[in-house]
Design a protein around this ligand. Structure first.
Ligand code: IMP
Length: 180
C-alpha cells in the first residue's frame, strides 16, 4: 500500500485511482440524466476541486454546460477557521442559471452553506452541489448536504486528488487518509 509522510503525520492510500474513476462515473451519470435538457453552469470551488471538476465535466454525456471558478478559503492546516474568505470572487452571471457547485470535500458544510446563499442572492434558478467526498458526521449546516456525492468518509483528514495539506499533495492520483 502506498503511503506519504508529511509534518509528522502518516497518510495511507484509501481510494485508488480506479475507485475514484468509478465514483466520478457514477456522479457524472446522475448529473447527465438530471441535466439533459438544461444548460447548467458549473461553479468550481478552487483550489481543491479543480482535479475532480476536470474529470467530472469530461465524464458527462450530452450536457451542454459552462464552467466558472471561485476561490474561497476557510482552512488552515488541518482545521477549519469557521470563516469564509472570497479570494477570487464569482466572475460569471448566475442570474436565472441552474448552478452546480463542484467541491472536493464537504466537511462542516460552512463553505457550501455560504456559497448557496451567495448564489441564491445573485438570482440563481437552482443551486445543487456535487462533491468528491462528504463527511456526514461533521456536517453542521443542514442545507449543505450535497446532492451528488462521490464517496462518503468518516472524520479523518485526507489528502490527494485535489485535497491538500498546507498547499501540498493536491497532485496525488489517489486519496490518502491520515493514520494515528
Ligand atoms: P467546510 O466548509 O467545513 O465544509 O470545508 C470545506 C473545505 O475544507 C474543503 O473544500 C477543503 O478545502 C477543506 N477540507 C475539509 N476537510 C478536508 C480534508 O480532510 N482534507 C483536506 N481539506 C479538507
Amino acid at each position: 500500500m502506498r503511503s506519504i509522510d508529511e509534518q509528522g503525520y502518516h497518510f495511507e492510500e484509501w481510494l485508488t485511482p480506479e475507485q475514484i474513476a468509478k465514483d466520478v462515473r457514477q456522479v457524472a451519470d446522475r448529473i447527465s440524466a438530471d441535466y439533459a435538457d438544461k444548460e447548467p453552469l458549473f461553479v468550481v470551488v478552487l483550489n481543491g476541486a479543480f482535479v475532480f471538476a476536470a474529470d467530472l465535466i469530461r465524464a458527462l454525456r450530452g450536457v451542454r454546460c459552462e464552467e466558472t471558478f471561485i476561490r474561497v478559503s476557510s482552512y488552515y492546516g488541518m482545521a477549519s477557521t469557521g470563516r469564509l474568505e472570497f479570494i477570487v470572487p464569482l466572475q460569471q452571471v448566475v442570474d436565472q442559471r441552474d448552478v452546480i457547485v463542484i467541491e472536493d470535500i464537504v466537511d462542516t458544510g460552512l463553505t457550501i452553506h455560504q456559497l448557496k446563499a451567495h448564489m441564491r442572492g445573485l438570482g440563481a434558478s437552482s443551486v445543487r452541489v456535487a462533491t468528491m467526498l462528504f463527511k456526514p458526521g461533521k456536517l453542521e449546516y443542514d442545507d449543505a448536504k450535497p446532492d451528488y456525492i462521490g464517496h462518503e468518509i468518516s472524520e479523518e483528514f485526507v489528502i490527494g486528488y485535489g485535497l491538500d495539506f498546507d498547499g501540498f499533495h493536491r497532485n496525488l492520483d489517489a486519496i490518502y487518509k491520515v493514520k494515528n
